[in-house]
Design a protein around this ligand. Structure first.
Ligand SMILES: [Zn+2]
Length: 455
């Protein structure tokens, strides 16, 4: 759950040293696998003439193309430098040709809800997730810049830290931590008044937040009933300040009451669909007319009601790309709301979809610790697509939820589609995910900004 970011902080503090060491190893490996930095790399061209990477052309031919919206008639895409140069047309002489026969080319996937680190961003890209929308986490501008420059990990957007009152979600994870230091000394930043909310929002934006995240969580559905929640005045002030600064406000909710409060406050999106009940007609009307989107995170709800993801972990297309700790994590479940029914969330997704509400795919993965089981970076987004189809979306609608729809809603105007001029963030998979959604996992190749990820 969104909640779990705090566990991430606790985990990060606890394992900081370990993480630094593994970061060094990771960076070494990453340097070895990355194809190169576009600005400085050169290849040898015909007659041994150097070809700048930004001039190199790759042609993917004979592929079915899902352009982020629909399947198109063209079967050729030209990549030049970091962008898509053309869709359809002739293959120029000297291009590197990749035969996509039997495969489908689509935009790199966008995960609209997770909590990550560099290792998570790397795993995401291995699964063709080229952009990750963090939903609560501290990233310095320096780190963000480095991520933007790399080609071997997913790109990132972030809200900075989310707003919550003293003792509110996700601080319960700290106060119940086994780590005495965290329990006694870690203080999650909180807000108590509208004035504090305004300052908090301004601070996140000053530090580079792309949108604002607000927690509305009373603990009912996450195993901590009775948590304090922001009052209406503070909630409204936070949303208003985000909007005044030109940023979206996105609310974490897991109950119908939280959903109603969030929509009434004018948020731009819900980071979960609530799962204590199905949406009422009144809620559907209010949400549709507000224009808010919903990121259901069905995989997290599935874990919350007690389902593990062992079947996903057993899939060779997944196990070949994940470390054992993440495969173990997939095999567990949170089981914090066993009385809940995944079918209620399915029905909610379909009711919202039919009411015209944009549905965005996100998985809410964070750390591979027992209380956050059932999820893994990258892999769980593919499972989210499968669950969206199980709920009743068509495979094409599910794919839109991970490509063109989040690109439109988060103003990522340079990606989320296969079109001339768009970033060459691409995913080539065997088969046809537009009719069989699980084919998204049959990954043949991934490109971030025109650079193909080495296997
Ligand atoms: Zn989350």
């Amino acid at each position: 759950m969104t909640a779990m970011k705090c566990e991430k902080i606790f985990y990060e503090n606890k394992h900081n040293h370990e993480r630094e060491l593994s970061k060094k190893t990771f960076l070494k490996k990453a340097t070895a696998v990355a194809t190169g930095t576009l600005a400085v790399g050169v290849l040898r061209g015909g007659r041994n003439k150097p070809v700048l990477l930004q001039d190199r052309i790759t042609a993917i031919i004979n592929a079915r193309i899902f352009n982020g919206d629909r399947v198109i008639d063209d079967t050729t895409v030209l990549i030049k430098g970091e962008s898509i140069q053309a869709v359809g047309g002739e293959v120029p002489a000297g291009a590197t040709v990749i035969d996509g026969h039997g495969a489908t080319l689509m935009p790199g996937l966008i995960d609209s809800h997770m909590h990550t680190d560099l290792e998570g961003l790397r795993d995401a890209l291995l699964f063709g997730v080229t952009t990750e929308l963090e939903m609560n986490g501290h990233w310095t501008p320096k780190k963000r810049k480095k991520i933007a420059e790399r080609r071997d990990i997913a790109d990132l957007r972030s809200p900075g830290m989310g707003l919550t009152p003293p003792g509110g979600h996700p601080t319960e994870y700290m106060s119940s931590s086994n780590n005495l230091l965290i329990r006694l000394f870690y203080r999650y930043p909180t807000v108590s008044t509208p004035e504090e909310a305004v300052k908090f929002v301004d601070k996140q934006i000053a530090q580079g937040a792309d949108y604002i995240k607000i927690f509305i969580e009373d603990g009912t559905c996450i195993g901590f009933p009775g948590l304090p929640v922001l009052n209406d005045e503070t909630l409204n002030a936070a949303v208003k300040e985000a909007h005044r600064k030109g940023k979206m406000a996105i609310a974490h909710v897991t109950t119908a009451k939280g959903g109603r409060r969030a929509i009434a406050a004018g948020v731009d999106g819900l980071a979960h669909i609530f799962f204590d009940s199905q949406p009422t007609p009144k809620f559907l009307d209010a949400t549709a007319s507000s224009g808010a989107f919903v990121i259901p995170t069905l995989v997290t709800i599935s874990s919350a009601v007690g389902n593990n993801a062992s079947a996903l972990a057993a899939d060779k297309r997944v196990s070949s790309r994940l470390s054992q700790k993440w495969l173990d994590s997939l095999s567990r479940s949170m089981n914090v709301y066993p009385q809940g029914k995944l079918e209620d969330a399915y029905a909610g997704v379909m009711a919202l979809h039919k009411a015209g509400v944009d549905i965005l795919a996100g998985c809410d993965v964070s750390e591979p610790i027992p209380s956050l089981g059932g999820l893994a970076h990258g892999a769980s987004l593919h499972q989210e697509l499968q669950l969206l189809v199980a709920a009743g979306l068509t495979p094409i609608e599910a794919l839109q939820a991970a490509t063109s729809t989040p690109a439109r809603r988060f103003a990522l105007t340079d990606r989320g589609r296969v079109a001339p001029g768009a970033r060459a963030d691409l995913l080539l998979v065997d088969g046809d995910p537009t009719t069989n959604i699980s084919d998204t996992l049959s990954i043949r190749a991934v490109w971030r900004q025109g650079v193909q990820l080495k296997k």
